[in-house]
Design a protein. Structure first.
Length: 240
């Protein structure tokens, strides 16, 4: 089972303007939590703080009860993988892209392991030898997921990983992540601005607006019939 992630009074400023303003969150081990909200709400900034792409204040983010600022950055990023909105596969074959993180750690991934990771990411193993530049958008995003899994993380941060994909590829990536949670027990924090996506995949949803958590709950609670919750108002396009 993946680790818990706890955020306590996280505050972040950029150019003397608040980006995150006292965020509190608690993500259970093996849980899928969606961070929902409009553009500019601070969703991606929060994600970047968790694995220290942006350095958070000490005592604000805890991975399995350990302050992330007390964990070696490389060790932290092995434990907490990240999949970005824009897929950046470099020229070469798929296998080289999957092995990239392990290569940085001076580890060699055998061909059998690369094929296992591709299978986990719901790709055919024989795609390993294919030119990465010939992949569809959905395939490329699933290769990026396989690459993130190569460091054997116990948690994954996903920053709008389907925003550039067509509906069919979007559902395929969603199904892949749900399968990974079931098979590996990963803790998943998924940033999205799409309420329908959050409803499909999340155990719980946090709604972030202007750097603050304004609502939290299970999808059926926030989006129930005749709901007056802010999440339902956001889904109706009436919350900016």
């Amino acid at each position: 089972m993946g680790p818990t992630i706890r955020i306590e009074d996280l505050r972040l400023e950029r150019d003397q303007r608040p980006v995150l303003n006292g965020v509190h969150m608690a993500i259970g081990g093996g849980e899928i939590v969606c961070l929902l909200g409009p553009s500019g709400a601070g969703k991606s900034s929060l994600l970047r703080c968790i694995n220290r792409l942006t350095e958070p204040p000490a005592g604000t983010i805890f991975l399995a009860d350990t302050d992330v600022t007390a964990i070696d950055v490389l060790s932290l990023r092995r434990q907490v993988g990240m999949v970005f909105q824009q897929v950046s596969l470099f020229p070469g074959i798929v296998a080289e892209n999957v092995a990239y993180g392990a290569t940085l750690q001076k580890r060699t991934l055998p061909s059998k392991e690369i094929k296992r990771l591709l299978t986990l990411a719901d790709l055919p193993a024989d795609i390993a030898g294919q030119d990465s530049q010939t992949l569809s958008g959905g395939q490329a995003q699933r290769v990026a997921i396989a690459r993130a899994l190569a460091t054997e993380p116990s948690a994954l941060l996903l920053d709008e990983p389907t925003s550039a994909l067509d509906p069919a590829s979007t559902r395929h990536v969603e199904e892949t992540m749900l399968k990974l949670r079931q098979e590996l027990g990963l803790t998943l924090l998924w940033v999205t601005h799409l309420p329908e996506q959050a409803k499909r995949i999340a155990d719980r949803i946090y709604l972030l607006v202007e750097g603050q958590v304004v609502e939290e709950g299970a999808p059926e609670h926030l989006f129930g019939a005749d709901s007056d919750h802010l999440a339902a108002i956001f889904a109706a396009g009436e919350l900016e």
